[in-house]
Design a protein around this ligand. Sequence first.
Ligand code: KIV
Length: 280
Amino acid sequence: MDAVTTLTLSEFKREGRKITALTAYDAPFARIMDRAGVDVILVGDSVGMTVLGRADTLSVTLDEMIHHARSVVSAVERALVVVDMPFMSFQVSVEKAVENAGRLIKETGAKAVKLEGDKGVEKTVRAIVEAGIPVMGHVGLRPQSIHKFGGFKVQGRESGSAKRIELDAKATENGGGFAVVIEAVPVSLAKQITESLNIPTIGIGAGMHCDGQILVMHDVLGISDNVRPRFAKRYASVADIAQKAFREYIEEVKGGKFPTMQHSYSKLKLIKKSRASTGI
Ligand code: KIV
């Protein structure tokens, strides 16, 4: 089982093989999706909304990203782990961006960083890449710019904004980035960008012509019950399964059905047997 690298993703694009990506924020789920065979695991700043209960991603800090990314990296053997640079960790100056990208790599063991940006991001991407850190771009709907966009809205529907998004994606490639996420744009625009770039595109709400796809884990598993975007396909209803299990547990404790002797300690002999089978 070879570990996925940025070169693997370029090969996939050349060979027309789709790239699969998911977000993860902790070790148990990262392990499960790595074993399932996903190519890229993104520790997204969406952690602010999916895990930390916030309304958007803007308040997520570098230290919070490091905390979650460390946990993800500890569980992954094959997938390429990419960590998001949170809001204001790369916008202030190129120097600050390189320093913060360095912290994300040194303190987590992740292999690459992702940053949201328009065409002005090219010099920042170049400086981080020159420091030896692979960079993934993010264009289209950029959640760190929702106040500028007036909310979580589809981007690039008019020809002017479509052209701008194409230039934004090109800037990541020109700066030496290895891939670019395209979020919430019309299918035709994502297709055009994908065909015009040498680096792979990873779509989310960008249709079927991108070189790969990414979804937020909580949307895929049906964990969160907040707003579900049109593009987020649900493959399971984990919230329902979890709620059923929690209800059953509550009923059993209240009804005196749990714990029984099966889950309790008694004589030495029993303890030994339980240790052999469960490790405690
Ligand atoms: O933060 C995130 O989860 C992302 C993905 C939606 C691409 O940026």
